[in-house]
Structures are given as structure tokens and as C-alpha cells.
Design a protein around this ligand. Structure first.
Ligand code: FA5
Ligand code: MG
Length: 380
């Protein structure tokens, strides 16, 4: 278990556990395991892969747009629902707003689920080029590329009309072209040659919207989302007549490719065998796995209730097993006489040592008990 910081400071403000965790308050769903990650600020450690990557991306933007981008990396992850969702035009009924997907401190306050939560404030302050790096929080599934806390870097660039009038393109096409060029340039500067592809997608705050995928571990992995900022956002923030682009990079995903880090949990490891492999400004260093310990699989079948969700299951498993859980995967699913059964396979594996049968059986026993009591399912 990570120690729980008694007091955290962001940009001058201090925050205590009582500000974030409220057991028994139905408007709060932040567990201690998540609170313990606040203030870790991996992105501000120059010897950590996330910090090394952040610095390399800063260097790319400084070299490409000398003196332009203003950088923020100490904005509090505790933001209002308005900043996180309303201000970036996320519809009132969008799934990402649910207690199943987002950590709520209270009904009006969340742990930011993306760095886009800071777009509006910084546009309002008049910035035209900015980068925001920070930890973001999401209730999510469990596997080697998903973790409930990860790091994003947001980039925004605002253009005034004189920048595109002579291009022969309309503002939106001009911004889309510039955006793709900038991000392809970034990918080249970080990776040299790598297989990548653009996918059209949807975000409430951009149109058109794209995702960039990179080929990694025999699969296409999504590393960023981006697009041309919705006019409504610019209009509301005093920028009528301009166009802008925005992107949000997943720093862990990029760092996994760059440093050949096979599992996202490793970023949180305090094991010397991990931390000693990275040093300031060394972007090329490939991670040498310190022997891979065997996984242990446990299956669990149950009849679900109407309120069952996979994210709730994952959170229960994570609260009990912490970083010893590598993956939670649905392997069987059927409905009979109106009842639905799910079978989940849980992979337990430590990054740092061998686990004993006894230890795993104990974890699994505890998981079964809490899943039954808390999620109101019927174990089979
Ligand atoms: C967003 O968060 C948008 N705010 C990005 C954006 C910004 C789009 C500005 C347009 C303009 P998305 O949910 O796809 O988008 O997440 C962005 C990136 O974060 C993903 O591409 C991925 O690299 C990373 N990511 C998402 N979920 C996780 C997770 N659970 N663990 C690790 N990385 C994740
Ligand atoms: Mg996405």
C-alpha cells in the first residue's frame, strides 16, 4: 500500500484527505487507493519515464514553436463538474458523467477525467498556445494498458484569421492540417520510424476529431485524441472569429512504446530495479524486465443484478488486490430464464516477486466475499 499523504499542495492550495474521501456519503465515490495517488505527480519527476517523456514533448514544442507554448503542470486535479464536462460541451446524458465512469468528490466536484477540464479557464485567461500536464482519474477496466490514474498532456493552439486567409483553405481545414502535421512531427521526433494511423472519431469538444494509433505488442494502441475546437467553446471564451486545435496525449501509452514498458502498473513501482533504469533526459533507454513472475488465474462466476457493472467489479478487485491484479476479463456470458451469468477470469501477478498459492487464495476469497456483498450478485 502507498502511504496516504496527509496534506497535498497544488499551485499553492492545500488539500487533505477529508476534502476528497467521504465514506458513507453517496455523492462521493473516491476510495483511499485513489486518494493515495493524488499528489504523486509522476509527471514532475525528471527521472521517471513519465517526467522524461513530458520534458521531451516540451522540447519538441519549444523547438517547433520557439517561445510560444506556456506550460502548466501543477493545476489541481480536483475540478468542478462544470469545468470537466459542461464547459467542454459534454452532453448532460453522456456516459462519462456517470458515477460508474468518474470519481466524484461531491455532486458538483470531480477528480478530472481529462486535462481538457482546464481548456476553458486558460482560454479565458487569454492564452493562445498552451500545454497542460497532469494526473487524470477514471473508473475503468483492468488490463496492461488501463489504469484508474494516468497522465495526460493537453495542447491547445488558437489561430487568428490572418494566419489562414492566404492559405487557400478555410480555417477549420487549415487547423486540422496544422494539427496533424504537428502531431506527426511529434511522433517522429519521439519514435523515429513507427507504424501509425489516424482514425476518425467523435469528441463533444472538437469537430472534426481524430485519434492516433501506434502499433505496439502486436496491436494498434490508441495514444491520443485531438481535433479542431468547437466554435461554441471559442465563442464562449471571447475568441469568436478564431479557430483552434486541441489534443490530449496519453503519456503512459506513449511511454510504454518508447521505453518498452510492458505493463502500465510498472509506472507506480518503487522497486529500485524499475526506478534505477531511468534517468533525466534519457529518452532512448529500453526497459530491461527483471524476470517475469508467473501469473495465476482465478475464475469467478455469478448471476448479475441489474445494477452490476464491470467498472464496479474492477474497483472491488483493485481495492483488495491493488497492483497484484493484472487483468480482469469476461470469459463467459449467457442468459437463461431471464437471469444473466458472467464468468470473469482474474489474473494475479506481481511485477516484483512470486506470489504464493496461499496469498492468492486469500485474495480471491476476499474478492468473492466483497463482490457478493457489495455488488449484490449471486456467486455460482
Ligand atoms: C480524451 O481524454 C480527450 N480529452 C482528448 C482530447 C483532447 C480530444 C483535446 C480532443 C481534444 P480519451 O478518453 O480518448 O480522450 O483519452 C485520451 C488518451 O488517454 C487516450 O488516447 C489514451 O492514450 C489515454 N487513456 C485513456 N484511458 C486510459 C487509461 N484508463 N489508462 C491509460 N491511458 C488512458
Ligand atoms: Mg479514446
Amino acid at each position: 500500500r502507498q502511504p496516504i499523504a496527509a496534506l497535498l499542495h497544488f499551485d499553492g492550495a492545500s488539500i487533505t484527505r477529508d476534502d476528497v474521501v467521504r465514506e458513507g456519503d453517496p455523492t462521493n465515490n473516491v476510495p483511499d487507493t485513489i486518494f493515495s495517488k493524488l499528489g504523486m505527480q509522476l509527471h514532475r519527476r525528471d527521472n521517471h519515464p513519465i517526467g522524461i517523456l513530458r520534458n521531451a514533448i516540451y522540447e519538441y514544442f519549444d523547438a517547433t514553436y520557439p517561445g510560444k507554448f506556456v506550460k502548466f503542470d501543477d493545476l489541481s486535479p480536483i475540478v468542478s463538474v462544470k469545468e470537466n464536462f459542461d464547459d467542454v460541451l459534454v452532453p448532460a446524458d453522456h456516459v462519462s458523467r456517470s458515477y460508474n465512469d468518474t470519481y466524484y468528490v461531491d455532486a458538483q466536484t470531480v477528480l478530472r477525467c481529462h486535462t481538457s477540464a482546464h481548456q476553458t479557464e486558460l482560454l479565458k485567461r487569454g492564452h493562445c498556445y498552451f500545454l497542460v500536464t497532469g494526473d487524470v482519474y477514471r473508473r475503468d477496466s483492468i488490463d496492461s494498458t488501463h489504469y484508474p490514474v494516468f497522465h495526460q498532456m493537453e495542447g491547445v493552439r488558437v489561430f487568428s484569421p490572418d494566419e489562414w486567409v492566404n492559405s487557400g483553405l478555410d480555417g477549420t481545414s487549415y487547423a486540422a492540417m496544422d494539427l496533424k502535421q504537428s502531431l506527426e512531427g511529434l511522433a517522429k521526433s519521439l519514435f523515429g520510424d513507427v507504424d501509425m494511423r489516424w482514425i476518425d472519431t467523435y469528441f463533444p469538444f472538437t469537430n472534426p476529431s481524430f485519434e492516433l494509433e501506434i502499433y505496439f505488442q502486436e496491436k494498434w494502441m490508441e495514444v491520443l485524441g485531438c481535433g479542431v475546437t468547437e466554435q461554441e467553446i471559442l465563442r464562449r471564451n471571447g475568441r469568436s472569429g478564431s479557430v483552434a486545435w486541441a489534443f490530449g496525449l496519453g503519456l503512459e501509452r506513449l511511454a510504454m512504446v518508447l521505453f518498452e514498458i510492458p505493463d502500465i502498473r510498472l509506472f507506480w513501482s518503487n522497486d529500485q530495479r524499475f526506478t534505477s533504469q531511468f534517468s533525466e533526459r534519457k529518452l532512448g533507454a529500453k526497459f530491461q524486465p527483471f524476470s517475469k513472475y508467473p501469473p495465476c488465474y482465478k475464475d469467478m462466476s455469478f448471476w448479475i443484478s441489474d445494477s452490476f457493472t464491470e467498472n464496479n467489479l474492477c474497483e472491488v478487485v483493485r481495492e483488495i488486490a491493488g497492483d497484484l491484479v493484472e487483468e480482469v476479463r469476461l470469459i463467459d456470458n449467457f442468459t437463461n430464464k431471464g437471469m444473466t451469468s458472467h464468468c470473469y477470469r482474474i489474473a494475479y501477478r506481481s511485477m516484483e516477486r512470486s506470489l504464493t498459492d496461499e496469498e492468492i487464495n486469500q485474495l480471491q476469497g476476499h474478492v468473492r466475499e466483497v463482490v457478493q456483498n457489495k455488488l449484490r450478485v449471486t456467486l455460482r
